[in-house]
Design a protein around this ligand. Sequence first.
Ligand SMILES: Nc1ncnc2c1ncn2[C@@H]1O[C@H](COP(=O)(O)OP(=O)(O)O)[C@@H](O)[C@H]1O
Ligand SMILES: [Mg+2]
Length: 252
Amino acid sequence: MSAPILVVEGLHGRIAGQQVVEDVSFEVPASGVTALLGRNGVGKTSTIKSILGLIDRTGDVRLGGERIDRLPTHRIVQRGVGYVPEDREVFGSLSVAENLRLAERDDRPRRELIERLFPDIHARRAQRAGTLSGGQQQMVSLARALVNENRLLLVDEPTKGLAPRIVDEVAAALAEAAKTVPILLVEQNLHVIRKLAERVVVLSGGRVVFSGSAADLLDDEARIQRYLGVATDESAHDAVPAASIDITEELR
Ligand SMILES: Nc1ncnc2c1ncn2[C@@H]1O[C@H](COP(=O)(O)OP(=O)(O)O)[C@@H](O)[C@H]1O
Ligand SMILES: [Mg+2]
């Protein structure tokens, strides 16, 4: 077993003076997809923002063994942490190509990888990003992170609000991306988690309540209910569209 790429110990995060991440500890292996799970509002996005230094945080965070918890965000990014934010945040008035060029961090952009992983986006490179569908914008957002050689990607709810067929496309792109870089993935869709993730970390109330193999969690109906509040009956899955098993939807 190689050393984990990310080790988080005793991470606390605050927004406007309020504690939103409380003593969170977990590891991300140096390959594959690790899913960060939990109900709406438990602190998944805040955990990612704490790792990146986008919100006030304290704790011990190591990337490849080196501490990054005192570094400003741009230094963390320079060390090879890519971020795909929750709401995609593409520049709508710029073309696809311009969005990608703005993201290029050094003189070795991986344009061929982007062409191979996202042929549809490549074909639309002259199109204004604001005129793309939600799924296409998600691909641009992912491509922006993948154009640089990173040591870790932090990907926040990439399938949120997408139609089931598009969810599958984004999941396939993530699976390809995961062959090139380890990913910490916030994801509500249990199908996607089952397909992609080897490991899972579950948050509740800003704390880690489970961390272990994805199969162990997904096969444990009682735990899924307790932590995520959804049923995992596979026959039920087949009967309903994927979007309806979205954790957040089930909880409303
Ligand atoms: N900008 C903000 N201002 C105040 N509170 C916030 C802000 N963003 C998130 N929070 C609070 O922090 C907690 C965790 O939110 P978040 O990390 O976004 O959860 P998740 O990503 O798991 O849905 C929630 O209680 C939320 O209301
Ligand atoms: Mg979130």
